[in-house]
Design a protein around this ligand. Structure first.
Ligand code: SF4
Length: 356
């Protein structure tokens, strides 16, 4: 895909309202809906704009999308105009069997459910409300029963990194199609003490890579673009094109090059256009700007796509075209969205040459 023209993924945060109080919530969600959320009609117009990109994956997120009474109409409209449509509900009492069935009936392709640990103690501690683990498990099992594809989402932190193998067992048990590991960005309610150090990222990458050779589900990262560098390095080291390694590579490569503002765009509950939900710099608002124009032509998005503008080691790295580092993390930890990703251990060869 030409990411200068269209994103692979469009995320619309339909609301910030949510009945959970997750410790790492990007949106610092609260129970009540914001009065300036996009209306249903504005939502339809937004979906029409998204369709003009071609065939991006459309994700309804929140907050909790189920806090919007018109969520099924929006999903139906999205699927009706031909968008592949995913939804990421929160595991609250609103996520009933009927709600899951209505997702499917109205055209949801895949429902993503967060699971941050393999047991109630770990998961509920993250999510701030007892019973959330059981509800998430119920939702995953009910989706499996009615034939709705699921994606498991795990926020990786120092609290749960040792328990990832057990979460993988659950992913296998519930027949999920994709396990998406989200690497913390210190924004919203997320605390820096929970963030992994660069070496710990490599440990998790090793676990993911080895698992992905045999797992019956895909494994991908969010905000850890350097996993693609890790996969490329491992395949080179192994001198291999063995089928199991190909399996690991193919999922990682499906998103090669995608990063904040490059193959990715986020629309907030009030219509603000961001390169990512974790990079709080807006380039316009869908109420008075064209989403396609902002994505293709705004200075912010163009600079994020130009890997030659990267600073520090990301700017001279031989992996910058497939990786480029997390711009959200660079911004969160340094205040400069073009700076090097501070959580990458890799030293580009050019750095070696300059030092040596
Ligand atoms: S130095 Fe930057 S571009 Fe290179 S692998 Fe690390 S994060 Fe990616």
């Amino acid at each position: 895909m030409n990411f200068d023209q269209a994103p692979l993924l469009v995320i619309w945060e339909v609301t910030q309202a949510c009945d959970l109080a997750c410790v790492h919530c990007r949106a610092s969600a609260q129970p009540d809906r914001h009065p300036n959320e996009l209306t249903t009609e504005e939502g339809y117009r937004l979906l029409d704009q998204i369709r003009t990109f071609g065939d991006p994956l459309m994700v309804f997120t929140g907050g909790d999308p189920l806090k919007r009474p018109d969520i099924y109409s929006l999903i139906r409209y999205s699927a009706g105009i031909g968008l592949r449509t995913n939804v990421t509900p929160s595991a609250t009492p609103l996520l009933t069997a009927e709600a899951i069935e209505r997702f499917k009936e109205n055209g949801v392709n895949r429902m993503a459910i967060s699971l941050d640990g393999p047991d109630a103690a770990t998961h509920d501690d993250f999510r701030g409300i007892p019973g959330t683990f059981d509800r998430a498990m119920f939702a995953l099992r009910h989706a499996q029963k009615i034939g709705l594809d699921t994606q498991l989402q795990t926020t990786v932190t120092r609290r749960n990194m040792a328990k990832l193998p057990q979460v993988a067992e659950i992913a296998r048990e519930v027949g999920t199609k994709m396990w998406s590991l989200f690497f913390l960005i210190v924004t919203g309610r997320a605390a820096e003490a929970d963030d992994l150090q660069a070496e710990e990222y490599e440990q998790v990458f090793e676990f993911m890579y080895n698992l992905s050779k045999t797992a019956p589900f895909g494994i991908k990262t969010t905000e850890a673009m350097h996993y693609r560098r890790y996969v490329a390095q491992r395949m080179k080291d192994e001198h291999t094109t063995r089928p199991e390694s190909e399996n690991a590579r193919s999922v990682a490569w499906r998103t090669a090059g995608v990063s904040d503002g490059k193959g990715f765009v986020f629309v907030s509950h009030t219509g603000e256009i961001f390169p990512s939900g974790f990079l709080p710099i807006t380039a316009g608002n869908v109420l008075h700007d064209s989403l396609t124009d902002v994505y293709r032509n705004s200075e912010l998005f163009r600079s994020l796509r130009d890997t030659d503008l990267r600073e520090g080691k990301c700017g001279i790295c031989e992996y910058k075209k497939i990786c480029g580092g997390s711009r959200s993390r660079a911004y969160a930890l340094t205040g400069d969205y073009l700076a090097a990703d501070p959580r990458c251990v890799y030293q580009p060869h050019l750095v070696d040459a300059m030092v040596g």
